[in-house]
Ligand binder design. Structure first.
Ligand code: ATP
Ligand code: MG
Length: 439
């Protein structure tokens, strides 16, 4: 037999048994974003490589080490390593910034980065992200942080720390870069090769290096907060005031500089200690210079991205609830070939009304069919044989209580089934409620 082909390292399958967790987080994120007035955008999986070089930045890990770039004919493309660049490109290309501002969009997409795979770090992973363009005041910074926090709260998560920082604007950053160069240059022989280039081009990136040696050297590096200009300082203070007004706990962490080059002023991360070393579930910030840098009119903007694998891992580790997958409402078991068309006809009627209905597709005997109905967790089972076809009546069996109800197989079937099913669901709710009251 030929060798089996397995999935590439750092990718994951989501099987039907797990998919309900994804539906849960995707629905949560979508509904929360919509409640803040954000609307979905869909962008291509790959873009011109230059888009990422220009926006994510040439001194970042993503561009220097992690991009999946393919050459097709004469053009070079890159699988998106993140969603901001493509989203902003799309806003510009579709003239969205000429519409009412701020433009507020969200996306759910896969990202590709060639990293060393480990728990919570994949080569293909998924992000829920949002971008807001057009507003420059700290109200929008607070709004975006509140949106991320609401998603985490709605997911039922606890103990996720919000770290905030300001990395200033080009004016204050110039001074800060000078200070960083002065600090790192005496020890430049010990830095990794990537950081050596960063020292020249973008010394703040040094603080984001994952190498333990560079991290150790950077421990006492000057802090950006000491270099903020008056405008950036006021912006940062106002943001804190707004967060307090919304009862959102935060800590100031001057070490947060974020992995991508385009950030200005506010940056933030939501961090958990529940899923090991890769604990940043959500990261974001303001990027006031990016739109202009990409060829648009100067337009302030901001956004965040949430890693959905990390979100699900954290929810699992904290025992949060996921919506249960929908299961079979009715399994129809034809006893012989003659009953099959009736099973099909009744099944179709209920499916049109939104019920999940299955009947035998394996030509199984009655016993094997009942076993299957049990396995798929069918709520009701109805056996159709010669007798049922002749009398035009069948027994609907409630698989949980064993109770049987007679049901006519005529045009009243759907309405009667509806009655019984609703009663059954209602019965469950009442039972749950009674249980809760007794506690
Ligand atoms: P990290 O420091 O963990 O590498 P990052 O700064 O590269 O994160 P961003 O580019 O800000 O991450 O992406 C936003 C979010 O996407 C992260 O906070 C994380 O939840 C998720 N994420 C990033 N890279 C990966 C990955 N390789 N696998 C799974 N999730 C990821
Ligand atoms: Mg990274």
């Amino acid at each position: 037999m030929a060798n089996k082909i397995t999935r590439p390292l750092g990718t994951e399958d989501v099987t039907p048994k797990q998919i309900y967790k994804w539906y849960t987080v995707e629905r949560l994120a979508r509904e929360t974003a919509e409640s803040f007035g954000f609307h979905e955008v869909r962008i291509p999986t790959f873009e011109n490589t230059n888009l990422f070089l220009r926006s994510v930045g040439e001194t970042t890990d993503v561009v220097q080490k992690e991009m999946y770039t393919v050459k097709a004919k004469e053009t070079e493309f890159t699988l998106r390593p993140e969603g901001t660049a493509g989203t902003i490109r799309s806003m510009l290309q579709n003239g969205m910034l000429n519409d009412a501002l701020p433009q507020k969009v969200y996306y759910i997409l896969s990202c590709f980065r060639h990293e060393r795979p480990q728990a919570g770090r994949l080569r293909e992973f998924h992000q829920f992200g949002i971008e807001m363009a057009g507003s420059q005041g700290p109200t929008s910074d607070a709004e975006i942080i509140a949106l991320a926090k609401t998603i985490l709260d709605n997911a039922g998560l606890k103990n996720i720390a919000l770290h905030i920082n300001s990395i200033g604007c080009p004016t204050c950053r110039a001074e800060y870069h000078k200070a960083l160069r002065a600090y790192f240059t005496p020890r430049k022989d010990e830095l990794c090769d990537t950081c050596l280039t960063r020292l020249e081009k973008n010394p703040m990136r040094l603080l984001d290096c994952k190498s333990p040696i560079c991290a150790e050297i950077g421990k006492d590096a000057p802090l950006i907060l000491d270099y903020l200009c008056d405008d950036c300082k006021a912006h940062f203070e106002k943001l804190q005031e707004y967060l307090r007004a919304m009862d959102i706990d935060f800590m100031i962490n001057p070490k947060i500089v974020r992995g991508l080059d385009y950030y200005t002023k506010t940056v933030f991360e939501f961090i958990t200690t529940d899923i090991g070393a890769q604990g940043t579930v959500c990261g974001g910030g303001r990027y006031d210079g990016l739109i202009e840098q990409m060829g648009g009119k100067p337009t302030p903007a901001m956004g965040f991205a949430m890693g959905l694998e990390r979100l699900i891992l954290t929810m699992e580790s904290q025992g949060c609830d996921f919506e249960q997958p929908k299961t079979c409402d009715l399994y129809i078991a034809p006893m012989d070939e003659a009953a099959v068309p009736k099973a099909m006809q009744l099944g179709q009627t209920l499916r049109v009304s939104g019920y999940q209905v299955e009947y035998d597709l394996m030509e199984r005997g009655l016993k094997a069919q009942m076993k299957y109905a049990n396995k798929i967790g069918a709520a009701f089972v109805m056996v159709l044989g010669e007798n049922e076809l002749n009398t035009g009546k069948a027994k609907l069996k409630n698989m949980q209580t064993g109770e049987q109800t007679e049901i006519a197989l005529d045009e009243t079937f759907e309405e009667k089934f509806d009655d019984i099913a609703v009663q059954f669901m209602f019965h469950d709710i009442v039972e749950d409620f009674e249980k809760e009251c007794q506690l």
